[in-house]
Design a protein. Structure first.
Length: 300
C-alpha cells in the first residue's frame, strides 16, 4: 500500500493543514485574500516544476507573441489567483446567498433559463478559469443549483471538507469515476450538469483534437451526450473582475454538428468546444490555470 493511501497518513496531513486553514478563515476577508495572494506569490517562486510547465504551455498557446515579461506576468497571476482562490473557498461558510450574489455578476442568465425551459437538462461547458468554484455557488445562490463532475481528492479527509463546501447551497457532486450513469440520471431529472473539459486525460479516456494549434487529449463526453441525447451545451466561464468580485459569463447554446457519422461528429464537436475555450482564454490569458500539464498526453 502506498504511504499516501494510508488513512493515518491522510489524517496527519489533514490535521497539519487545519490550523492554517482556520487562520485564513478567522481573518477578515480582505486581509485573508491579500495573504492568499502572497501565498500564491510564494508558490510561484518555489514551485519550479509547475512554473516550467506554465512557461511551456504559454509558448504552445502564444508562440513568440508574448515577451518574457508578459509570460512572467501571466504566470504570476495564475499562482496568485490559485492562492487567493484557496482562501476564498475557505470563506464560503461565511457567505450568505445574498453575499454571493453581490460578489458575482452573472452575464447571460437568460441563456441558462432558456436551456432549462427545454426540459431536457443541459451541460455547462466549464474550465479552470478565475475561481471556478464560484460558478456553481453563484448559480445556486441565484436559485439554479447544478450537479458538478469532479475528481475526488486523493486525501479522503480533504475530499470530505471540500465536498461540504461545494454543496453548501444545494449543488450536487458527481465523482468523475464511473460518472456517466450519474450524469444521465441528473439530465433525466432535467438538471444542469457542469463538466470541466480543459485538463489532460489518458489515451483510453480521450480523443486528440486541436487546442491552441496542438493536439490535446480531450474528454469527448460532452459531445457524446449532446449527440446521443440531444441535450443543450452552454459555455460557462467565470473570471475575476476585481479584488473581491467576479463575473460569470454564460454563452448561448452551442450549435452541434450532426452529419450522421457519430465518430466524426464527436471529434468535430469536441474540437469546437476546445476552440470556444481557447477563444475565451485569449480574452483573459491571466485567468486560466496554465500550470496544469495540458498537452502531456500526445499521439504516438
Amino acid at each position: 500500500m502506498k504511504l499516501k493511501k494510508l488513512r493515518a497518513v491522510q489524517f496527519i496531513e489533514f490535521a497539519a493543514a487545519m490550523p492554517v486553514a482556520l487562520l485564513f478563515y478567522v481573518l477578515p476577508r480582505a486581509v485573508a485574500f491579500r495573504l492568499g495572494e502572497w501565498l500564491g506569490e510564494l508558490m510561484y517562486r518555489i514551485m519550479d516544476r509547475r512554473r516550467a510547465i506554465g512557461y511551456k504551455n504559454l509558448t504552445i498557446a502564444f508562440g513568440e507573441t508574448l515577451s518574457e515579461a508578459e509570460r512572467q506576468q501571466i504566470l504570476r497571476a495564475t499562482f496568485r489567483n490559485l492562492g487567493k482562490s484557496l482562501v476564498e473557498t475557505l470563506h464560503f461558510p461565511k457567505m450568505s446567498k445574498r453575499a454571493v450574489q453581490e460578489k458575482v455578476t452573472i452575464a447571460g442568465q437568460e441563456h441558462y433559463q432558456a436551456a432549462l425551459h427545454k426540459g431536457k437538462g443541459f451541460i455547462c461547458l466549464a474550465a479552470h478559469m478565475g475561481n471556478w468554484e464560484m460558478t456553481p455557488h453563484a448559480q445556486a445562490a441565484a436559485g439554479y443549483p447544478l450537479s458538478v463532475v469532479a475528481r475526488p481528492l486523493d486525501n479522503q479527509f480533504f475530499d470530505w471538507m471540500v465536498l461540504k463546501l461545494r454543496t453548501m447551497y444545494g449543488n450536487k457532486m458527481i465523482t468523475s469515476r464511473n460518472s456517466l450513469k450519474h450524469i444521465l440520471a441528473a439530465l433525466k431529472q432535467k438538471e444542469a450538469v457542469g463538466i470541466l473539459m480543459d485538463q489532460n486525460t489518458t489515451r483510453s479516456a480521450g480523443i486528440f483534437v486541436d487546442f491552441f494549434g496542438k493536439p490535446a487529449c480531450t474528454i469527448p463526453v460532452i459531445a457524446i451526450l449532446a449527440l446521443r441525447y440531444n441535450v443543450p451545451v452552454l459555455p460557462t466561464f467565470v473570471v475575476r473582475t476585481g479584488f473581491d468580485t467576479h463575473t460569470l459569463y454564460i454563452g448561448p447554446e452551442i450549435d452541434i454538428t450532426r452529419t450522421g457519422d457519430l465518430h466524426h461528429d464527436i471529434e468535430v464537436n469536441t474540437a469546437n468546444f476546445n476552440k470556444i475555450l481557447a477563444d475565451f482564454i485569449r480574452q483573459y490569458p491571466d485567468q486560466w490555470f496554465w500550470i496544469h500539464n495540458r498537452w502531456k498526453t500526445q499521439p504516438q
